[in-house]
Design a protein. Sequence first.
Length: 301
Amino acid sequence: MNLGKRRKGRPPPIDTDLYSPARSTGSEDLRFVSGSLERLLDENADIRCRVHDMIDAFEDAFVCCERRALMTRQRTTSRGKKSIQHTRNTKQGSRRRSKNEPGPRGNRVNIVIDKRREAAALREELRALELQAARQRRALAEIGVTQRQKARMNDQLKQYIRKQRTEYRHAQAALTVNINRMRALREGIMELDYQYRALLSGRGDSRAKRLNREVEELEAYRSDLAAKRQAVESRDRSDMKTRVEILDDLQCRISELSSSVKHAERAARVANSRLREIKRLHRSAEKEGNIEPLRGLALAG
């Protein structure tokens, strides 16, 4: 069986310092989100390492199965050659020897003892394969636990995305309220400017100066509000872009984990089918004393 290039060691770790709260320069909410993302990335890296370890264990088990199949094929080939040689020797010397007289492979008692030893060796090999199948079943159970953890992580990511969307809607509503306030202030400024011009045309100079100061204060307040609005909008855009990039990265890594788990399950199913075929052929060989099916399985690879 061709397993391709094997993985050596664990996968490369994720640089979680990019999302650490120490490097975050935003608000308290952004630092909290960065800390949550760092914890999720740590859990994701742990799951990736466990899945890669399971895949390495499966590949080692498959290589061991191939080695045992090769040994079984060599054993069956040598047994077939010996049986053919024994048949030829028996046909040539049947006229000269009695039934219990030692021949090229010994007398019949020794042949029966050899057959019993071969059957015991086959039973030992069958027990070893059953133990290996039990280990693979336990590994599949661990993969199921990993899948449940992945589903829980997906639920957490969905909740986080829903929360971010709710916060974005709230920020949009607050921005709309601020825009309406600025419009009202602009209308008030225009009204004050009209009154100021009317006072300049027919009333005292002191009241005009006071109104001029009020107009200047309102203009300064309006410019301050505009600057704050631009800062809030730019910060919100940068925060949302960073969050979307982080979420896309997490989704890609989760899809990679899903494909790795599916590959491990498919390899385990192939190994279990081969194990069932070997067990069935061993049972038929023990009952009928025929090694031709085992020879065919060994030649098939």
